[in-house]
Design a protein around this ligand. Sequence first.
Ligand SMILES: [Zn+2]
Length: 70
Amino acid sequence: MADTPAVAADGFCTNAVPVKGSARTANTAGLGSKFYRLHGRPYGDCPCGRQAIGLNGKGRLYRHKPPQEE
Ligand SMILES: [Zn+2]
């Protein structure tokens, strides 16, 4: 992907802006208790391919690493 964000030397993704329209709040109703910990938390996707990253109070993605192709 041409718009894949850069990766810092420590392996973390440098992008903190969620993909437009991807920010959402987890609704775990019906998913069972396994997902209860996600309930009510906002999260979004990153253009690096990582999905469902938590957002901080400013709507920015928490530090994360892009998915590795193994
Ligand atoms: Zn990323």
